[in-house]
Ligand binder design. Sequence first.
Ligand SMILES: [Zn+2]
Length: 278
Amino acid sequence: MLRQVAEDVWIHESEFCRSNAVVVQGRAGVLLVDPGVQDHELACLADDLSGAGQTVVAGFSTHPHWDHLLWHAGLGAAPRYATARCAATVRARLSDAGAQARVAALLPPDIADRVPLDLLGRVTGLPAGTTRVPWDGPRVRIVEHQAHAPGHAALVIEERGVLVAGDMLSDVLVPMLDLNGTDDPVEDYLAALRLLEGVAGDVGVLVPGHGSVGGADQVPARIDRDRAYVHALRDGHDPRDPRIGPSAEPGWEWVGDVHDGQAQRLAGRGRDTGTPSA
Ligand SMILES: [Zn+2]
């Protein structure tokens, strides 16, 4: 079911990891950001849109992870955009014959047979430095950074005061650093948070890639919480973060394992490079 979160902006939530698809009303149809995950959910979204007389005129994937790269035939054949770096990463990871089988092996077993991979990752990279999604609708600013995944983009629907954060600023997931893609994942993450802070002033609605939609007060609160988490991770301290440990929401206890894994990997990196680590 589509739920309106601002003028001309709706979300469609997946059962998988509370993934949020975002629909933005334009003049001749809608922009669809990170459509969703399971086949029946994507089909439901396609039906909701066609039932409302809407066609998808453009798509956008916030970053090159499988759960943000899916599509469904019922959504039509509009161009699906991504940053140049995101699209290049998708090409590098997914253009060989074995790619779909590799992704299939990564899927959580309980939903693996319900994730349609046939249209996975067919994104078009926008020229490097593109600052707006090219479409006929409310201006959508692209805020590209290197946290979480290569070429990750947040989107700001400026005239509607909506920040589509991709896999950042979640109330259920801690920051997940891109530990493979960059030399300094901690600093890249902090830089991305500063970038989001810079655009946050005019934002009244925050839509994370996974989790709850937040109001204006949630933008600085979540930026501060994510920054505190990344600082704790960097410094080897206990993050005391409500998203991990006993206060995690039921069903989200695994986020604690994500944290432990990141802490171990970062400590290992510190040793590898001879820099101090906790
Ligand atoms: Zn995700």
